[in-house]
Design a protein around this ligand. Structure first.
Ligand code: SF4
Ligand code: SF4
Length: 91
């Protein structure tokens, strides 16, 4: 691939990634909102939940109660089963 093709490929991958992430309804359930939420989980003024450390989220994290766990890619979460029936990745 030449530079132009490389750039086009990277941009297409970013587009696919953005489209995939846009499926999330930001309900917070896969981050434990209904039980013991991750300490990085925040609520926006619109009522949606978001990760305060999204770019560096993967790996060791701690919940509000102090439980240590490992944050993984949503693809990995969904592969093991949907966090809830309304999850945007259910289709
Ligand atoms: S359960 Fe699904 S829709 Fe809700 S925050 Fe997690 S990935 Fe997004
Ligand atoms: S670190 Fe992981 S589990 Fe914690 S809020 Fe961010 S995405 Fe959710």
């Amino acid at each position: 691939m030449n530079d132009a093709e490389n750039l086009a490929y990277i941009e297409s991958q970013h587009k696919v990634s953005r489209e995939y992430e846009a499926l999330c309804k930001q309900c917070g359930k896969c981050c434990g909102i209904e039980t013991d939420p991750c300490a990085n989980l925040k609520k926006s003024e619109s009522g949606r939940y978001y990760c305060a450390t999204y770019e560096s989220r993967l790996g060791r994290q701690v919940t509000v109660s102090g439980r240590v766990f490992t944050c993984v890619e949503i693809r990995e979460v969904v592969r093991k089963g949907l966090p809830n029936e309304e999850c945007g990745y259910g289709r």
